[in-house]
Write a protein that binds this ligand. Sequence first.
Ligand SMILES: Nc1ncnc2c1ncn2[C@@H]1O[C@H](COP(=O)(O)OP(=O)(O)O)[C@@H](O)[C@H]1O
Ligand SMILES: [Mg+2]
Length: 432
Amino acid sequence: MAKVVLENLYKSFPSRRGEPAIAPAAAETLGMPTQEVPIPKKVDKPTSQFPRVSVLRSINLTVEDGEFMVLVGPSGCGKSTLLRLIAGLEELTGGNIWVGDRLVNSLPPKERDIAMVFQNYALYPHLSVYDNIAFGLRRMIKGEGDNAQGNTRNWAENLLVGITRSLPKRLRYLSEKEKAIDERVRNVAQLLQIESLLNRLPKQLSGGQKQRVALGRAIARNPQVFLMDEPLSNLDAKLRAETRSQIVKLQRQLGTTAIYVTHDQTEAMTMGDRIAVMNQGKIQQIAPPLEIYNRPANRFVAEFIGSPPMNFLPVQVRAPLLITHSQFRLTLPEMWENLLTPYDGRSLLLGIRPEHLSISPPAPKNLSVKVELVEALGNDTYLSVHLAKDINSSLQVRIPPDCLVQVGESIWLSMALDKIHLFDPQTGNAIG
Ligand SMILES: Nc1ncnc2c1ncn2[C@@H]1O[C@H](COP(=O)(O)OP(=O)(O)O)[C@@H](O)[C@H]1O
Ligand SMILES: [Mg+2]
């Protein structure tokens, strides 16, 4: 097992002819020049001469030995590219990748001792489950016949192994190498409870079963590191939740360092020892799940983690502790005093999660709102509301299921004062 260290990684791809190096909006947030680089008139090898699209920038991440690290972020933010860099499927533009004490920057994938599981399973359709799991092992485990003199014997043995595989166990021919492989395949199958599927072809499996076979193939190789790229995306909700906890249990059992990519914040929150939130090619925050939830480093993280997402309201600061909005004013707890002093007279963005708003009597510190939508889920009820005096505003509220509210009703909401977040509207960074 091994620690994985990513040091100042950069990745850019050659852009296609005529495309700007990077979308102007994205370029601005990344702090890059937005003008297009002129395209040379005559080009033999288009890709080498065109401006490049920057996909990952200044990625620094240490995944501890045995840790389960989740990379989460919206589609297109560079998660798969980062995983492929670690696996050796893409070439680095800059930076270093360490697996244990080995610098693996220029090692080919098979020498990195890493196993990857993809969303689309990537099983060999013509091979049985058994052979899909054994496939990588046959190359990895060295047997007696794996040298020049042994070639003929090896060939004959393989033939015998193949011919007798479907026979009852006592009639099967197994070389020493095959015996080792057989033991490994059966152990893994037992671990994943897919023993009864070993003779089936992938097309005879359900999505969940296929994904377990793909996991089995990765586990069988006993790698230093597991990389998983949205492995549950093709499963239905119930199976996804089941497989999610199975993967976590397995990883704990095996103690193998894991880096797991997802765009699903529930997966991130429930699976990760720590979460790295990514946006537009950069890591926004690395922390344990509840710290990410309770202390988001910036507005992006605050909005991305949590469902329904955090609500935001523009407010003015009046030191020491007063926060004003055209429709309410409130005094924050004293712990804010030092933090707010530099912002006296300035605008900030107040963030409050749906579960930290509650129905309350009218008061100057509370929000007068009108209910637009009521979603009763049984265990919880969600309200969509707008501020009474601002029909374009929109807030989400979570209330207890026994609380009866009608669409069109006017109500007052109070904020849990110790659950308020404040963000700098220019940088998006959290204050405090
Ligand atoms: N081979 C490639 N050539 C050019 N652009 C690429 C290539 N692979 C990925 N990209 C771009 O890199 C960005 C990140 O992609 P990806 O890593 O797949 O994101 P994610 O996995 O987070 O959805 C996307 O804008 C994508 O179009
Ligand atoms: Mg992806």
